[in-house]
Write a protein that binds this ligand. Structure first.
Ligand code: ZN
Ligand code: ZN
Length: 96
């Protein structure tokens, strides 16, 4: 089980659930966060699907390859406007 925190952009309000490290473990395996330069979304991809895709990883939202870079809410910025991502303390969900 993972405890996911809501991170919200201080400028445009874009939000994403993740752990501060940018990766988390669910029953379906470990998930990693990526920022897509094509559709400007934060996506999470399981370690299993990363290993089956090899070096070419496709964005699960827009199906474009080569546009993903690893992302975490501490070092990373909002994919939409490059603003700071802030923790919303009151919104934590448990996922399994
Ligand atoms: Zn933003
Ligand atoms: Zn994309």
């Amino acid at each position: 089980m993972a405890q996911l925190t809501l991170y919200k952009c201080s400028k445009c309000g874009y939000s994403v659930y993740t752990e501060p490290q940018g990766h988390y473990a669910l029953l379906s395996g470990r998930h990693f966060n990526f920022s897509c330069n094509h559709c400007k979304e934060i996506v999470s991809i399981s370690a299993h699907s990363l290993s089956t895709q090899g070096f070419t990883v496709y964005c699960p939202k827009c199906d474009t390859d080569g546009s993903l870079s690893t992302w975490n809410p501490i070092d990373g910025h909002c994919p939409k406007c490059n603003g700071e991502m802030e923790v919303s303390n009151d919104l934590v969900i448990l996922a399994d």
